[in-house]
Design a protein around this ligand. Sequence first.
Ligand SMILES: Nc1ncnc2c1ncn2[C@@H]1O[C@H](COP(=O)(O)OP(=O)(O)O)[C@@H](O)[C@H]1O
Ligand SMILES: [Mg+2]
Length: 361
Amino acid sequence: MTIRAQSVVLEGVSKHFDAVTAVDDVSLEVGESEFFSLLGPSGCGKTTSLRMIAGFERPDAGRILIGDTDVTEAPPHRRPVNTVFQSYALFPHLDVEQNVGFGLRFAGVPKEEGRRRVGEVLELVRLGDYGRRRPHQLSGGQQQRVALARALVLSPSVLLLDEPLGALDAKLRRGLQVELKSLQREVGITFVYVTHDQEEALTMSDRLAVMHGGRVRQLGTPREVYEEPASAFVADFLGVSNLMVGTGRGDGWVAVDGVALEASQGDATARGEVRLTIRPERVEIEPPGEAGSNRLGGIVTELVYLGSTTQVFVRAPTGAVLQALVANTGQAFQYDRGSSVLVHLPPDALRVLTADEDGTS
Ligand SMILES: Nc1ncnc2c1ncn2[C@@H]1O[C@H](COP(=O)(O)OP(=O)(O)O)[C@@H](O)[C@H]1O
Ligand SMILES: [Mg+2]
């Protein structure tokens, strides 16, 4: 198949529905052949953003470019994009080949060429032997692949996917996530992928934008947004471990459970309510009573042996649970479930997060 990937650029794009601001001044750039996700809770503006890229909605402000072309005013069929929806609505009375080839008729593709393209794209999604089946004779995952083939057969430069795995059960989802990702690499076109599932976005994307309230709260690689969340909202939404509530003093010290901790990462001089986070591999477990600052006392509640490391869960007197990932070097101090310990939280590993600038945490 001859497919040319193209970039997608949103420049200050906004969209209102009456009093609702669905998308609020969003700017982002999706690279050619990139797997880019829009991640965020329900109602944050993901679908509206995607529909504006597809041309189903027109922005109130801003510009949209695909490749070098400004498509802001272009109707959907004049854009080199295609969309896969969650409700992929295959025609029940048509077989797989007919479902996949349906759009080609309207695109004016000659019959012979159409047949060849349907065959190619069915091979691509590994449904080469299923062309004569009807949708009800396929599993949920196979139906999803038919929907994907139907979108790919028109050779779009950009594929837009709106929670395409949302209707499937967890196990099937995980399998299809891997498949979709490798398919995207193989086909090489740009994917803009919408999901509210943080694990899905983190595992599949080259980069992602975390959205909330119509705005992009953070944009980066999965590693960047997970390891260096820019705000309490992002950390919380991504399920970052070791998220503690504290009170910033404004001088790089944060009180957590009555203990002052020094922190040098993030918004270290924030004042008032903040969140503190630390990666489990930076948390150190020490014998109780050891001197030194930046330590919280607690009880080991769980030990999970992972081979080269052990995951240690420590409960503080307040009930907050901290997770440590301890290397099994054979030299560390020995402790068990129920042991009293100190958790050492080095200042250069402690990140202070505040609410977003508009007050949404
Ligand atoms: N056609 C519409 N008319 C009115 N409000 C809408 C319409 N489409 C979306 N919205 C509102 O815009 C906001 C963003 O919606 P949407 O983009 O669908 O979010 P998401 O896909 O992230 O769940 C929501 O508050 C939603 O209710
Ligand atoms: Mg949606």
